[in-house]
Write a protein that binds this ligand. Structure first.
Ligand code: ADP
Length: 589
């Protein structure tokens, strides 16, 4: 994993990293120098009392500290800049990738958890690179420098001090092994926890309506306790290095002083080298401790980096076939030819469905809930690939055309009009990015939206979406119709709203729809009786089978037909069309 992150990013940052490494080397060098010069401080200034050297030595110490300060600042800022740039790059990469992934990916992943996972994990990649670079360069180089000072100053003492190395390495190794397992568990529990909390906020209406509070609280309480005890365990294990390192360091320092003391009494060696030695030993303590802990941090960021790559490695399905041509739409006739489809293997939801939506006419798809209406509309946009059969537009198989050209020919008005962060104008312009302001306003007029848009505080520039003004359902629908009008595509897909709007809105939405349907091939998932009656063609689906098709007056005559049954029930149920499972199909005011 480290290698992959490095190979994907190292080239980009090679110069900056090289400069950062130079700074880190300066930091390590000046630290080693500070320890080194202690011998001259003790021997020359205090032991031999050479006054003329005071200025030189103190000047050198001052210079070393100034240099160290500047270099530390330089490397920290540089590494932070690289890190931030890396985060930005991964965010861009992930977002591009998310846009490329098909609808099927979003069906199986929870959006909230996904967003949390991404923002958390991108940091992991940055930490991975920076930890490797800083720890290895700064701490390892500092350690090597300081140990060299120790060995050079006093090989005998070094031998004593370095005796603590092997037991330290063995303990660290043992603790790390335990830690790896615990860390993995903790990351897992935490993502569960975040997911559960997000789920609650997203489904809060259901939570309240079904008074699920106590059950959820109990479920979360277990997770929270689990996460807490995991975090405590991580603290115990990872901090386990500290007392052991301290004790061993105590042995080393005490042993060194004892040995040096005896030696000084016996042979009268000046104390300078011993002082420099102890200074180096103490300076070496910090980098050694950080290196011992490196594995812990690395382990955590590795888990995060891996999750990012799990998403990046997902191949988008429904790619264009090689040599896919542009779809050229003339009249816009849509043909479903023997279409079968299943989301999950062996569970077909559409069985050999065939019908023709003639160019410039409207085709209503009707059927109970779960009959396969939305699936049909999704297939026409190639959100999924067919099991068998073909969908053709003006004689061209859509699976042989580029997805981009297919979707350019289609305008979609959803049942749940979604407005994105931005102004009303931006939201209409998503229909066609190069639309002029005049075209946008014309589309809004045709969609019966111009009037209410102008009444907003900033007119077309009023912000909508999550942080914008609240618009009514009917208003949002008319904006999304304006978006479809601006797109000016030959084929219109319409998912009629099931939820009833107030009379006034309903009428305006209806009129807006009539405008946009004119002269376009329209396929509409119909819920309103008036839409169904006025349609040029009706396709009746039942449990994934095409039950019957024709015009309203033809279908109504088949006494045993599904459609006629709907219609009879409508009378019995007081103007509601109801299918045989009791699902309401439409409300007619
Ligand atoms: P309708 O729009 O007529 O209510 P759908 O096309 O949404 O019906 O659904 C048809 C069938 O496909 C249903 O049985 C539904 O459970 C199933 N289905 C819909 N979407 C998915 C999906 N993403 N994964 C698996 N099954 C699905």
């Amino acid at each position: 994993m480290v290698r992959r992150v490095l190979s994907e990013n190292a080239r980009e940052y090679v110069m900056q990293y090289a400069l950062a490494i130079v700074f880190l080397l300066v930091v390590a060098g000046s630290t080693a120098f500070t320890a080194w010069i202690i011998r001259d401080v003790v021997d020359e200034i205090f032991y031999r009392q050479r006054q003329e050297l005071i200025a030189v030595i103190c000047g050198a110490i001052l210079a070393a500290f100034v240099l160290r300060g500047l270099a530390t600042y330089g490397q920290a800022v540089l590494l932070a800049k690289i890190g931030n740039n890396l985060v930005a790059r991964y965010q861009r990469r992930i977002y591009d990738h998310l846009l490329r992934l098909g609808v099927d990916f979003y069906n199986d992943s929870r959006s909230g958890q996904l967003a949390a996972q991404i923002s958390q994990n991108v940091g992991g990649v940055r930490d991975l690179l920076n930890l490797t670079i800083t720890s290895i360069t700064r701490d390892a180089v500092a350690l090597v420098g300081l140990v060299s000072v120790m060995v050079f100053q006093d090989p005998q003492l070094s031998l004593i001090a370095l005796l603590i190395g092997p037991p330290l390495i063995i303990t660290v190794y043992y603790l790390m092994k335990r830690l790896r397992g615990v860390t993995r568990e903790a990351v897992h529990i935490n993502s569960h926890l975040v997911g559960a909390m997000q789920e609650t906020t997203q489904g809060i209406a259901i939570v309240k309506a079904f008074t699920m509070e106590d059950q959820l609280k109990a479920k979360l309480a277990t997770l929270i306790t689990d996460a807490e005890s995991r975090a405590n365990k991580i603290a115990r294990v990872s901090e386990g290095t500290t007392p052991i390192a301290e004790i061993l360091a105590g042995f080393a320092v005490a042993g060194v002083i004892a040995f040096a003391g005896f030696r000084a009494v016996e042979s009268g060696t000046p104390p300078g080298s011993m002082a420099a030695f102890i200074a180096a030993l103490l300076f070496a303590y910090d980098p050694a401790r950080r290196l011992a802990k490196l594995q812990i941090h690395l382990e955590r960021s590795l888990v995060n980096a891996r999750m990012i790559y799990e998403i990046l490695d997902m191949e988008p399905k429904q790619g264009d076939v090689s040599g896919a041509g542009e779809l050229k739409v003339g009249a816009g006739e849509v043909v479903f030819d023997d279409v079968s489809f299943s989301y999950v293997a062996d569970l077909p939801v559409l069985h050999s469905v065939s019908f023709i939506a003639k160019s410039g006419s409207s085709t209503a798809i009707v059927g109970g809930s779960g009959a396969g209406k939305s699936t049909l509309v999704a297939l026409l946009q190639r959100f999924y690939d067919l099991d068998s059969g073909a969908i053709r537009i003006d004689g061209q198989d859509i699976s042989a055309c580029t997805k981009a050209s297919l979707r350019r020919s289609i305008a979609y008005v959803s049942q749940h009009p979604y407005l994105f962060e931005g102004s009303i104008r931006d939201n209409i312009r998503y229909g066609r990015p190069d639309a002029t302001d005049a075209e946008i306003e014309e589309a809004a007029r045709l969609a019966y939206a111009d009037e209410f848009i102008r009444q907003q505080s900033e007119g077309y520039d009023t912000p909508v979406g999550e942080n914008g003004v609240t618009l009514s359902g009917g208003q949002r629908q008319r904006i999304s119709i304006a978006r479809a009008i601006v797109r000016n595509a030959p084929i219109l897909l319409l998912d009629e709203a099931t939820s009833a709007l107030d009379n006034d809105s309903e009428l305006q939405v209806q009129k807006a729809l009539e405008t946009i349907m004119r002269d376009r091939t329209t396929i509409v998932i119909a819920h309103r009786l008036s839409t169904i009656i006025d349609a040029d063609h009706i396709v009746v689906l039942e449990d994934g089978y095409l039950a019957e098709q024709g015009r309203h007056d033809e279908l109504i005559k088949k006494k045993d037909g599904v459609y006629a049954r709907f219609h009879r029930l409508q009378g019995a149920r007081n103007l509601e069309i109801v299918d045989d499972t009791g699902d309401m199909l439409a409300v007619q005011k």
